[in-house]
Design a protein around this ligand. Structure first.
Ligand code: GNR
Ligand code: NI
Length: 172
């Protein structure tokens, strides 16, 4: 098992459009295990492969309170969207910032599971929000893209400044 490094905004690699997974094999399952370890340690409720610099269409979610509902979605496709939900979103790639984003309240999604078996699932509320947030990552999109240019720039500047201070601290 290994904890992976999470890319942070405005890293240009987060803008990569992921390509479909062609084989659900042991190598992919090892990556999924490492992604769960990384997500639970963060802690977070979702993680897209893009965020760990793997540009394949794979995401994981677990919105349970006790880390008991891990789901991996491979090559996910949203089949239906219904309703509107506005919620405060955060992102492990944009640490420390939470802003309101509008999403579909209810979705139906098709994907391959960890055994490579096709599945369909309905999701609503937080789970639906999280899956849409993660699919955005696979398309190179971040929740800050839904904010005003001014807000996005303010977040970018603050994160870059924090990072400068962090690297200065390491060499002291
Ligand atoms: O941990 C996370 N919490 C969260 C809260 C509201 C909406 C979306 C999310 S996803 C986020 C983890 C993450 O960055 N996934 O890409
Ligand atoms: Ni995110």
């Amino acid at each position: 098992m290994a904890k992976l490094t999470i890319l942070e905004f405005p890293d240009p690699r987060l803008r990569t459009k992921a390509t479909p997974v062609s084989a659900v094999d042991d190598r992919l399952r090892a990556l999924i295990r490492d992604m769960f370890e990384t997500m639970y340690a963060a802690p977070g409720i979702g993680l897209a492969a893009t965020q760990v610099n793997v540009h394949k269409r794979l995401l994981i979610v677990d919105v349970s309170a006790d880390k008991s509902e891990p789901i991996a979605l491979i090559n996910p496709e949203i089949l239906e969207k219904d309703g509107v939900i506005v919620s405060d979103e955060g992102c492990l790639s944009v640490p420390g910032y939470y802003e309101e984003v509008e999403r579909a309240e209810h979705i139906r999604v098709r994907f391959l599971d960890r055994d490579g078996v096709a599945q369909e699932m309905e999701a609503e509320g937080l789970l639906a929000v999280c899956i849409q947030h993660e699919i955005d990552h696979l398309d190179g999109k971040l929740f800050v893209d839904y904010l005003s240019e001014a807000k996005r720039q303010r977040i970018r500047r603050k994160l870059q400044k924090e990072r400068r201070h962090q690297s200065a601290a390491v060499v002291m």
